[in-house]
Design a protein around this ligand. Structure first.
Ligand code: SIN
Ligand code: FE2
Length: 211
């Protein structure tokens, strides 16, 4: 399927931008991510209540970061749960992407950085821990490709699956801001961006309602 035919099949409010970042922009962004991960290392989050470990590792940048653990569940907080330090600042590269894609007059507050190894997946879920749903969710893929799935706002509804490659962007906005989405599979050895393979997903979000 070409990008155009996929876009036609997507729920209203889901925007797919294949090749949004060219190779040079991907390398630059990766340099920023390496610096952030040096300061705020990737850690393994756990699901609420069960404490089951997620298959992705995570970190964040921005004034707020999304975290989850057994005791306190899904939430945003200002500090890294392992180091206790504030999250690194949002780099200009990500501020620019938000300004260009979000169509929203206030800055993003959080960027969740997910790392997927060959076996990692992300079950279908909604991004709903924010108090402002007027702002979209902006997502950037880097490294190995994945099979991404998006549906409607109800659990168990019809979903559409398509491949996300390095440099692709997806925006969930309007009636799809709360669309269920997830990652079913990583396609290994599909990108040379990350020396040791794997996939990085960046999710930019506004968390609080602007005053
Ligand atoms: C997420 O929904 O947190 C990640 C989506 C993705 O990896 O593309
Ligand atoms: Fe999500």
């Amino acid at each position: 399927m070409t990008a155009r035919t996929i876009q036609n099949d997507l729920p209203e409010g889901v925007r797919f931008l294949p090749d949004y970042l060219d190779g040079v922009a991907q390398e630059k962004l990766l340099t920023d991510i390496r610096e952030m991960v040096r300061v705020a290392p990737l850690y393994t989050p756990a699901m609420p209540r069960t404490g089951k470990k997620m298959s992705v590792t995570m970190t964040n940048c921005g004034t707020l970061g999304w975290v989850t653990d057994k005791e306190r569940g899904y939430r945003y907080q200002t500090t890294h749960p392992v180091t206790g330090k504030p999250w690194p600042e949002m780099p200009a590269s990500l501020e620019r992407i938000w300004a260009e894609l979000a169509g929203y007059p206030h800055p993003a507050e959080a960027c969740l950085i997910n790392f997927y190894d060959a076996e990692a997946k992300m079950g279908l879920h909604q991004d709903r821990d924010e108090s402002d749903f007027d702002a979209p969710v902006v997502s950037i893929s880097l490294g190995d490709s994945c099979l991404f799935r998006v549906g409607g706002t109800g659990r168990g509804g019809k979903t559409v699956s398509f491949r996300l490659n390095s440099g692709d962007a997806v925006v969930l906005s309007g009636s799809s801001r709360l669309a269920y989405h997830g990652v079913d599979k990583i396609y290994t050895d599909t990108s040379t961006l990350l020396k040791n393979g794997g996939r990085i997903n960046l999710t930019l979000r506004r968390v609080t309602k602007p005053a």
